[in-house]
Ligand binder design. Structure first.
Ligand code: PMP
Length: 441
């Protein structure tokens, strides 16, 4: 029996033994293809010696130095690499240890910014239903994943509210044009600003591509500019959560590059360190950092392990590899192959309602009935069944169930490392096909 709390509550904890490239080996059974990068994390694959070397060297030099006393070269170089050229006006990075911590920091930075510029009434955050922003109380309160929120609802803060996501497969009206759907969502956001009082809203928060809750849901063209316009009109910030979809997963380094907007604050995590070390970050616009510098002179926030030298050294190595090995071009090329492969294999499948995604970030949504888009009975735990069948077929995919109109829809995420080649992609699609047929037979 496992003495690790969460593993002890599950059947048959698998013991991971080693990882190399796309392959992960457990203590028993054949190796499996990591076709989801865990949870869209392992972006350069497993066991890259260049990262191992960077981690070892940093640990040997100095593993830990508190940021009250010191900065470290790895953190400085990583920040330079991420925001040295001010992409989209983002000029500063702040390193933490996870996506949730990044979201907490983003919320607090937005709040403090408005205090610094003399707008203390801005204490409300608007996010979207069917979203996930992390499991710590602030991030959980912000998110709209009902299943995850439910047990903790009484202890979540009251400063968060939710509007509809842009989710065409589930919520675009029949006969409603893309432009009309986007206009409807912009009007809903505007109405929420009016309900709260436009001068109360600190920020609107969204994932450019919704990850865990509903599975790789991309926004319609024009959606983010329309949301940005509402925020700008009322002087609120736009915070984009790229914890899952960022750092190259979508085919560009930042998913917002394909949306026609730039965020005021952005969060990143999974693809930043590629799983070699726990690390997340916020990237912020210069004017926000300037407001703090010219105001109280400090970010009233902090963690013992922020800008951890070993974590930053690992992330720096991962980010250099993405650039040096031109992996974003591979994400785009293999993303196209994955998209085509999924459509060919599942396009006519009786129980695959939607195939969606971008780059190397794709999901299948399972339905009992394609015509009516009726989801399976949650008791069947279809996403778990597909995950188990996929593991048995030698491929790891990420199972999730999102809350859709009070019901759980089943989907799985396919997010292979950026190093995947054509044969890997074909094998993933083939094995996933076997697994889906077996699980839903
Ligand atoms: N935001 C998004 C979009 C995520 O997908 C996640 C993790 N799935 C988080 C935040 C939280 O990140 P972490 O699990 O590292 O705390």
């Amino acid at each position: 029996m496992s003495r690790i709390l969460h593993r002890s509550l599950r059947k048959d904890p698998l013991l991971a033994v080693s990882g190399q490239g796309l392959m992960v080996r457990g203590a028993e059974g054949p190796p499996v293809i990591d076709a989801s990068g865990g949870a869209a994390v392992a972006c350069i694959g497993h066991g890259d010696e260049r990262v191992v070397r960077a981690i070892t060297e940093q640990a040997r030099q100095i593993a830990y130095a508190h940021t009250v006393f010191f900065t470290c070269e790895a953190a400085e170089e990583l920040a330079e690499l991420l925001v040295g050229e001010s992409p989209g006006g983002l000029t500063h990075a702040y390193f933490v240890s996870s996506g949730s911590e990044a979201m907490e920091a983003a919320l607090k930075l937005a709040r403090q910014y408005f205090l610094e510029i003399g707008q203390p009434r801005r204490d409300r955050f608007i996010a979207r239903r069917q979203s996930y922003h992390g499991n710590t109380l602030g991030a959980l309160g912000l998110g709209g994943n009902m299943a995850r929120r439910e047990p903790y609802e009484p202890i979540l803060a009251g400063c968060f509210s939710h509007v509809s996501p842009c989710f065409a497969y589930r919520f675009q009206g029949e006969g409603e044009s893309d432009a009309d759907y986007v206009a409807r969502l912009a009007a809903e956001l505007e109405a929420e600003f009016q309900r709260l009082g436009p001068d109360r809203v600190a920020a609107f928060v969204a994932e450019p591509i919704v990850g865990a809750t509903t599975g790789c849901v991309t926004a319609l063209p024009g959606y983010f500019p329309a949301m940005r316009e509402v925020c700008d009109r009322h002087g609120a910030l736009l915070i984009l959560d790229e914890v899952m979809c960022g750092m190259g997963r979508s085919g560009t380094l930042h998913a917002w590059e394909q949306e026609g907007v730039t965020p005021d604050i952005q969060t990143i995590a999974k693809g930043l360190g590629g799983g070699y070390q726990p690390i997340g970050a916020i990237l912020a616009q210069g004017r926000i950092v300037r407001a703090l510098a010219e105001g109280s002179g400090a970010f009233k926030h902090g963690h013992t392990y922020q800008a951890h030298p070993v974590a930053c050294a690992a992330a720096l190595a991962v980010q250099r590899i993405i650039r040096e090995d031109d992996l974003l071009a591979n994400v785009r090329a293999m993303g196209g192959r994955l998209e085509a492969g999924l459509h060919e294999r599942f396009g006519n499948h009786a129980h695959v309602g939607d195939i969606r995604g971008r780059g190397l970030f794709w999901a299948l949504e399972f339905v009992e009935d394609r015509a009516s888009r009726r989801s399976f009975d949650p008791a069947r735990k279809v996403n778990e069944a597909v995950k188990d069948a996929a593991m048995a077929a030698g491929v790891m995919i990420y199972p999730m169930g999102g809350t859709i109109d009070g019901r759980v829809g089943d989907h799985v995420i396919i997010a292979p490392p950026y190093i995947a080649g054509p044969e890997d992609i074909d094998r993933i699609v083939e094995r996933l096909g076997e697994a889906v047929d077996r699980a839903l037979a």
